[in-house]
Structure formats: C-alpha cells, structure tokens
Design a protein around this ligand. Structure first.
Ligand SMILES: Cc1ncc(COP(=O)(O)O)c(C=O)c1O
Length: 363
C-alpha cells in the first residue's frame, strides 16, 4: 500500500508555474519579456527600503521576531488600531489560509464570489471545508444578495474581494453595509483589500473604517502590490474583534515572515507618501489602457485596481498564447478572460498593440 494524501488534496490540480520572463525572452531571442501576469508594480524598490533590507540582511543568522512586534506597532499607529487587532502573515494569502484553519473545517461552508481570487477555492478545499461559489453578476459585480442568501448554519466564513481580482470591479459603501447588516454573527466576513491603494472611486469604502460595531468583520491588506514588496511576502489582517486576530496568530507558521520582510514593511510605511504617489501613475495608466481597449471594441469593465480584465471568453487562451509569442505574459483564465497588469507606459503600449492586432485578426 502506498501513502495517500487526504482525498480533497488528491483532487486539487498540481501547481503549474507561470512563464518566467527571462526564460521566455531567451527562448524568443528577445532582450526581455514583459510580465503582466501577477499584479506587481513595475517600479523598482525605493532606495530607503533597499537600505533597510540590506542592513537587516546582516542578521540573517537569527530567526525573525515571531510576533512582528515593530511592524505590528507601526501598523497600529498608522491605522489607529489596537495592536491586538492585528496579525501579520507571510503574504495575505497566508492569512487567508490561517483564517480558514482557525475558523473552518470539514462539514463547514465558505462562501465567495466567482470568479474571484484564484486561491480561495484551493485554500478552502485544503481546509476541508466546502467552497460555495456565487457567480458574479453580468457586469462582473458581486451578487451580494445571492451571497447573503447562500448563508446557512454551516457557513463559517465569507470572503469579499473588494476590488475584485481578476475583474477589477468594486463594491460601493451602501450595498456593502447592507450586506454586512444581513450576515449573521456566527459568520466571519473577510474583506480582502489587496488592491485598496489603487481605488479612486470615493464610493468604494475603506474597509478599515467599517470595523466599528461589527465584531465578525476583518480586513486583509498586503505589502505585495502598492508597496512593491511582492518578493518579500508580508501582509496583515485587521480585525474588529481582537479574538479573531488572536485565533489567526495561533495558526501562524512560526517565523514565516522574515526579518527583511518585516523591516521592509516598516520602511515602506515610513515612505508611504512616495509609494502612494507612484500608485497615482499606475491609476493614470490604467485609465489610459481602459480607454484605448474600449476604443478598439474590447468590453473592459471599470477597474479600481492595477490590472484590467478582458472578457474574451473562448478566445482567451489564443490571446495569451499570441502574447507569449511576443514576449508579453498575461494571466489567462480559460474560457473566461485574461487579466493584464498595468506595467510601465512602454509595456502598456506593447500590450495595447497586441490587443489591437488580435482584435483586428478576429474581425
Ligand atoms: C485579492 C487578493 N488577495 C490576496 C492576495 C495575496 O497577496 P499576497 O499573498 O502577495 O499578500 C492577492 C494576490 O494576488 C490577491 O489578488
């Protein structure tokens, strides 16, 4: 008899790495390839952050601070929260996993919209709970009424990705408040705001301002996107109820947020003005890209993130393959659409050229 994983793990697809831009460029004989697939920012790290990391690297013979005390204190001060309401994790995706480990298991349901962040169904399945996927509405908005109606006695957690990955669409304050009012106290609502810093619509609420009086709500944020630290893996959770943050801290993989990640996050908070100014450049490019795509007839929804969604349906994989052949790596979701990260102006121009060509060829 051979060893066998749990049945739900055996059914999961094996991890398939995306194309590495250096390898792709070498294969195509190009000077470089463009990675517009993972919603990173194209800017290099700030010199002040690199200096903090270089200094911290001299201590890599030591384990990191397991409680991320300095980073937690900096976040508490920045957002006017009690440190007990915070949990730091190895990227916010780890915090999703920790939340599920703490709150859901076999026999439980976890609700989220679909299509949404591709890790949700995988992480829910790993936890042993059942993913309950509620289709987005026609224009890619969350169907909050249907999500509220899907809640039962078995429901433990609801993820609300705002703005939504991969569609870029965002929920407004009023419907979100109405939804939260409908969610029973036994259900934890996780407001995943990985792209919060790119939001420009004033009607899209900052979830950290919605915690008061709602003990079953928590917010996920990350340093991977706007703060440019995707490679260091650090994110945080802010919970209305300190007991939620405590439960999440209990499921932390010990020492999984490195010293360099903690130090870089603290330095990034100190350089926040500079980093957020760069987000404005991304937003300006986002609007330029959306307008150009609409001009050539691609029905792109508004985006409040650093990426755009091309609902290409069955043409999606061909589009991604053609892009790859030109050294442009996007993120396709077969049969559905492609998510394309806003890059540098030159990268965006290259992507728009590709889109125009593919659209014209399809006419
Ligand atoms: C909606 C959403 N949540 C969470 C994450 C996880 O980000 P990280 O683990 O890098 O913090 C991502 C990353 O793409 C995301 O899109």
């Amino acid at each position: 008899m051979s060893v066998t994983p749990r049945a739900e793990i055996a059914t999961l697809p094996a991890y398939k790495p995306g194309r590495n831009p250096a390898d792709l460029a070498a294969e195509l004989g190009l000077a470089g390839a463009m990675k517009l697939a993972s919603n990173e920012v194209a800017f290099p790290p700030l010199p002040s952050v690199v200096a903090a990391v270089a200094e911290a690297a001299t201590e890599m013979n030591r384990y990191p601070d397991n409680g991320a005390v300095h980073l937690t204190a900096a976040l508490a001060e920045r957002y006017g929260l009690d440190p007990g309401q915070l949990a730091v994790g190895c990227g916010s995706v780890s915090l999703c996993q920790q939340l599920l480990q703490a709150y859901a298991g076999p026999g439980d349901d976890v609700i989220f919209a679909w299509r949404s962040f591709e890790a949700y169904p995988l992480l829910v399945t790993v936890s042993g709970a059942r993913p309950v996927m509620v289709p987005l509405k026609e224009r890619f908005d969350h169907d909050l009424d249907a999500m509220a109606e899907a809640i039962t006695d078995r429901t433990r957690v609801v993820f609300v990705c705002n703005p939504n990955n991969p569609t870029g669409t965002a929920i407004h304050r009023e419907p979100l408040n109405a939804f939260l009012d409908r969610v029973p106290d036994h259900v934890l609502v996780v407001l995943d705001e990985a792209y919060r810093e790119f939001v420009t619509d004033p009607d899209v609420p900052d979830a950290l301002s919605m915690l008061d009086g709602r003990r079953n709500v928590c917010v996920l944020r990350t340093f991977s996107k706007a703060y440019g630290l995707a490679g260091l893996r650090v994110g945080y959770l802010a919970a209305a109820d300190p007991a939620v943050a405590e439960a999440v801290r209990k499921t932390y993989v010990p020492f999984s947020v490195s010293t360099v990640a903690q130090v870089a996050a603290v330095a990034s908070l100190a350089a926040e003005d500079e980093l957020l100014a760069r987000c404005k450049e991304v937003v300006a490019e986002r609007e330029r890209v959306i307008a150009a795509l609409r001009e050539i007839g691609v029905d792109v929804p508004d985006s409040q993130t650093n990426f755009v969604w091309l609902p290409l349906g069955e043409a999606t994989m061909d589009f991604a393959r053609t892009g790859e052949g030109r050294g442009i790596i996007v993120r396709p979701f077969a049969g559905d659409g492609a998510r394309v990260t806003i890059g540098t102006p030159a990268e965006n121009d290259a992507f728009l050229g590709l889109a125009a060509e593919v659209v014209q060829a399809g006419r």
